[in-house]
Structures are given as structure tokens and as C-alpha cells.
Design a binder for this molecule. Sequence first.
Ligand code: AMP
Ligand code: GLY
Length: 426
Amino acid sequence: MNILLIGSGGRENAIAKGLYESEGLKKIFCTPGNPGIENFAESIDLNTSNHNEVLNYCNINNINLVVIGPEVPLVEGLADFLTQYDILVFGPKMLSAKLEGSKKFTKEICKKYEIPTAKFNSFNEEIMAIEFLKKQKFPIVIKADGLAAGKGVIIAENLDEGISAIQKNFSGAFNEAGKEIIIEEFLIGEEVSFFVLADENSFKELTSAQDHKRIGINDTGPNTGGMGAYSPAPIMTSKLKKETIERIIKPTLKAMKELGCPFTGVLYAGLMITNEGPKLIEYNVRFGDPECQVILPRLKTDLLSLMINCCKNKLSESIIEWDKRYALTIVMAAGGYPESYETGQLITGIDLAEKDPNITVFHAGTRKDNNSILTNGGRVISVTSFGSTVKEANTSAIDAINLIKWNNSYYRSDIGWRAIKREDNE
Ligand code: AMP
Ligand code: GLY
């Protein structure tokens, strides 16, 4: 089987590795790819917004399966287009991808199906939004409706911050994404991510993970794409999982079926565990990054056969098995990220770190220059390790990170701190 993988992050590096280790694989092509992905796939250059270009490439190269890593091609309907031509596509169709692509769409589903989530109102006019805000308590959360590369959520501590967040949206800072906004209740609790895999007929629970979105130690500073993660997340007890499946996942899958577009692929629920139980913060319609770098290394089931069963609506035939240990990944970023940062710095020590069979380095913002690897983005690499405890996994990831060097690199040493605190108290 020939596969076309779409994406260029640590997530796609983890997917490429998983597929490469699968049975029945002939060749992986990846667009645009990165130097880490190139260990498993041939990098190619396609404009994935041009659906005919992707289709032609698939036809010429006998591609049987297209695996879509990021959200944008899903929201643009690439899966809908390719499946018309009998190409298997791992990832949901356009209407299902709206669960990530439009916060209002998801909130309306939550309302109709009584899915627990923050109370909300939506606005498409600045004046109305500000008038509403004046009557609210703070903190409050203001969100661009559409995709804003993880930057569209602002937690306003007071009216001034709220008004400037509203104005930012309506002045076009998030382009089309901010033309409609959601103002919602601030939820208090601990965040956790829960993943399921769905085909048109059934779904299977995958696992849980906890991301660390803030740039600074102790979850301080601005939000990033994610500075590290671990899986499974012990906070997600079997009781909470059951509640999440019954009250959040099942009604959502039912809603998409009733809308005529059954959800297929990875459904990633961002949850807040509140005093009233789990509440949905948001959906993503794909693996998370860096969550994927801790989920797939734990997956014992053959990834390719799982994806194919998912595409062929035979998911019920798959048995999903996991490594029982914890996996933890720490993102090494360019100093300055998520604001401005330098690129082109020489990275050394990756080979040294990977001598330990417990360690895998996934590339994100890197590029090759002859035989050297240079930094080429904000989140540069992520270093994944296993442990029988979260603390053990954190310590060995940091040992590996200490071997990897470039000018002005940055990482959070406290990835997993909530779970480690619980372990220390046991
Ligand atoms: P999102 O892009 O929707 O995941 O939001 C980014 C981050 O903002 C989340 O991971 C939360 O930390 C925070 N957030 C979003 N919505 C809420 C909410 N209603 N209450 C508290 N925090 C929230
Ligand atoms: N790590 C958060 C995300 O992938 O959306």
C-alpha cells in the first residue's frame, strides 16, 4: 500500500513512524514533510488546497490511502473530494470537520444534544458583543468562531481586556475566523484531552493525554501550540471516561450522523474536569500536536490496519492495545517562541539522545542543510520518553534533552507536573 501523508509537524513525524512500522506498507510520501519524517517517507511538494493537484498525484503514484494530519485540509474538504474518486482518506469530511472549524457550530450541537459545555452567546456585531460583555462577570472567555491557529481564544480578566479582545476579532486580526465570536463562561478545573476513533458505524476509545499549552513553567505566560504532553492522564478515571463517552462523545457522533455526515477519524475532545463533571471546551478533528507524540508510541496495534479499518467502516474488527507505561514528550522550542525567534541554528546531539532505546526525537520546525539539521520554526523538536511513572518519563526525557543543543533553545522542565504531584502524594 502506498500512502500520502499530509503535514510537517511532530505529529506527522509520529504518524509516519507508526505507519512505517506497520505491515503491508509499500511507500509513504509526505507533503511537505520534514527531515524527521524523511527517515520514513519521501518528501514531496503539493498545494493541498488544490484538490485536483492532490488527486493527480495520487493517481500517478498509485496512492491508496491519504492520511491528513492537520485541520486546515480537513476543513477545506479534501477528504470529501478524494473519497469521490475511491481513495481511502483517514480524516473526517468537511461538515464533520466543522466541529473544529466553527466553535459556534459545535456549541449549537452542544445546546441541541445537551452536551455539557460552558454557557455561551455568539455575536457577529461588535456593538452587540460589547453591550453584552458590560453585563458579565470576569474572567470571561472570548473566542473567534473559526480556525485561528490556536490564537483565537482570549481569557479576559476585566472589561477593558474583553473589549479589546472583541475589537481585535472584529478588526480582522483573525481574518474571516473572527467575523463571528463566542463569549463564554470561564470554566474552573483541570484540563484533559480524550481521544476516540470513529468510523461511520461505530467508535473505539483511544486514550487520554494532558497537554501544556502555556510557554512558561507552572503554566504561565502566553499560549503556544503545546509545549509537552503525557499519556495516559491519570486524572481521566474510568468513571470520568464513561461519563465523557455517554454525555459528550456519543451525542456528538449521533448529531453528525443526523446531519448526514457521520464523523470518521480521530475525535479529540478538549475537556475541563469541573466540580460538575467533564465539560467540553473544544473539539479537534485530528490527533493533537504534541499529544500524538505520546499516543502513537504507546499504541501496540498496527497503525495502518487500524486506519484502514477506520476508512472501510470495519473499526469494530480492530482491537486496540496499549503499552501500559506512561509516555511523555517535551517540546524543545526556539528561544522567544511564541513571539519572534531565530531560525537557522545548528542542532547537535539528536543521534546521541536517540542512542537510548527509550527515547524518540520527533522533528517539527527543522530543515536539512547538507548533512546538518538546522532550526526552522518555533517548536523545533519533541523528545518522547517512557516511564513506569510520569516522573520517571519526565526525568529521562530531560536527560535526553540535555544532550541536544543549539543556540538559545528553550523547553519546559515541568511537563507532567500535575501527575507528578499526585504521584508524590501517593
Ligand atoms: P481552545 O483553543 O478552545 O482549546 O482554548 C485554548 C485554551 O483556552 C484551552 O486549552 C483552555 O486552557 C482555555 N479555555 C478555553 N475555553 C475556556 C473556558 N470556557 N474556560 C476556561 N478556559 C478556557
Ligand atoms: N496541542 C493542541 C492541539 O493540537 O490542538
